[in-house]
Design a protein around this ligand. Structure first.
Ligand SMILES: [Zn+2]
Length: 421
């Protein structure tokens, strides 16, 4: 009897399916059963009864990439989002004139199209986990279900949250945002692939009461917080104006720095503040492309810290590209660019802490892995027990239909966005 040869083309999820992947160009092979790597070796692969062989002699088996901070809601932005009528001159104006208009223009249909476009492309880049931070102020309740549905359908591991804020409609808006986090976390029947966190937009758009509410919710549900922190000096200045030493100290004093909290950016933190965040069990996420694009500064204090992961902050989830820009920025600011690759490792550690499992292509790990060719092309991606990319193509849905819907919805979205004052 021979092993079956070739990729399994069935889109279905087979928990007990067995695969022998490899040997790869380094002569390494792994055996996958269900959603786990159960054995590995170097050299000629053994015969395993009932296993489908997935050859990958030209590529290399690697752990899937983690994008530790992003925004699925801005997935349509590369498809012709119009520039604002008056060019922004600072970070807050960028938010007010672009992103805070885009998020208000979203409805369920455009959000689905945006998330599907972003997630499908992310999988083709070899990104297998997204840590998303969502906001759609005119469509709050049910918005995280849209994102969860996309991730489960396409096969993306994801940590989802709603970034509660008071910037449009005050405290009631913040309460709705926190309720949406609670709803997803409590109703999530299948936490294998998608999990919920509590979210705040940023210290500078919420009151002390909302931060306390978020802290209470974290304690009640036993989950961490995901929040933008010290991305721009505006956040730092706001915290001082409210009588705090900084936004980090504000979150700490109000009880919101629970273990495994994800602090996105941290550009304007000192070395002592970064150490304090890490001592509280928090993770930081550097987003070099976004920080460069928004001209908010560079987080020198994050260098050499092993709890700093890498995110794209809404840019496409090509982590190799993000790392490249990270290395260029590090070099420009007199930091060692060799520190940047360790951020990929931090992303893996972060999700392992939150799920309580290791993910990757090693024995005993949940099998989230990719086969990457020497030119960077990702030929195979396996997540949560199924093949999601086969021969470089999305295997869980029709990518062309996703692209078409994205372009259609983008046109409608840009018109709605223009009409928002
Ligand atoms: Zn962000």
């Amino acid at each position: 009897m021979n092993n079956n040869i070739g990729p399994d083309c069935s889109p279905g999820f087979e928990r007990q399916a067995r695969y022998l992947v490899g040997p790869d160009r380094n002569n390494r092979w792994i055996e996958v059963r269900g959603d786990s790597v159960v054995s590995e070796g170097v050299g000629t692969a053994p015969y395993i009864d009932g296993a489908t062989v997935i050859p990958c002699s030209s590529g290399v088996l690697l752990d899937g990439d983690v994008n530790a901070h992003t925004h699925l809601y801005s997935g349509l932005a590369p498809l012709g989002m119009p520039a604002p009528d008056v060019a922004p001159e600072n970070f807050v104006q960028i938010l007010q004139r672009i992103w805070w208009k885009l998020d208000r223009a979203l409805d369920a249909e455009s959000l689905y199209a945006s998330a599907a476009y972003y997630v499908a492309n992310a999988l083709t880049y070899g990104t297998t986990t997204l840590v998303d931070h969502h906001e759609s102020p005119d469509f709050i309740e049910g918005s995280l279900d849209v994102l969860a549905d996309v991730c489960r359908t396409l096969g993306m591991r994801a940590l989802l949250t709603y970034g509660a804020t008071e910037r449009n409609f005050g405290r009631s808006e913040a309460k709705q945002g926190l309720n949406e986090c609670r709803r997803l976390i409590q109703q999530n029947q299948n936490p294998d692939l998608v999990r919920g966190l509590v979210g705040l937009h940023a210290s500078f758009t919420v009151s002390d009461e909302t931060i306390r509410d978020a802290a209470d919710l974290c304690q009640q549900l036993g989950v961490p917080l995901h929040v933008h922190l010290a991305e721009d000096m505006a956040d730092v200045d706001d915290a001082s104006a409210r009588g705090y030493a900084g936004p980090l100290e504000r979150l700490a004093q109000l009880g919101a720095l629970v273990p495994n909290t994800i602090l996105a950016h941290g550009v304007h933190l000192s070395v002592a503040q970064v150490q304090a965040a890490v001592a509280n069990g928090c993770w930081l996420v550097s987003n070099p492309r976004s920080n460069k694009g928004n001209r908010v500064g560079y987080g020198v204090a994050l260098h050499g810290v092993k709890e700093v992961a890498l995110g794209t902050d809404g840019y496409p989830a090509d982590m190799r590209e993000e790392m490249l820009v990270g290395q260029q920025e590090a070099s420009l600011h007199g930091c060692s660019e060799h520190n940047v690759p360790m951020r990929a490792k931090a992303g893996q550690m972060l999700i392992a802490k939150i799920w309580g499992h290791q993910f990757g292509c090693g024995v005993g790990q949940i099998a989230d892995f990719v086969v990457r060719e020497p030119d960077g092309f990702v030929s195979q991606v396996f997540v949560g027990g199924r093949w999601v990319i086969q021969h470089g193509k999305l295997a869980t849905a029709n990518h062309d239909e996703i692209r078409f819907a994205a372009h259609e919805q983008a046109r409608v979205l840009w018109t709605r966005m223009k009409n928002i004052i």
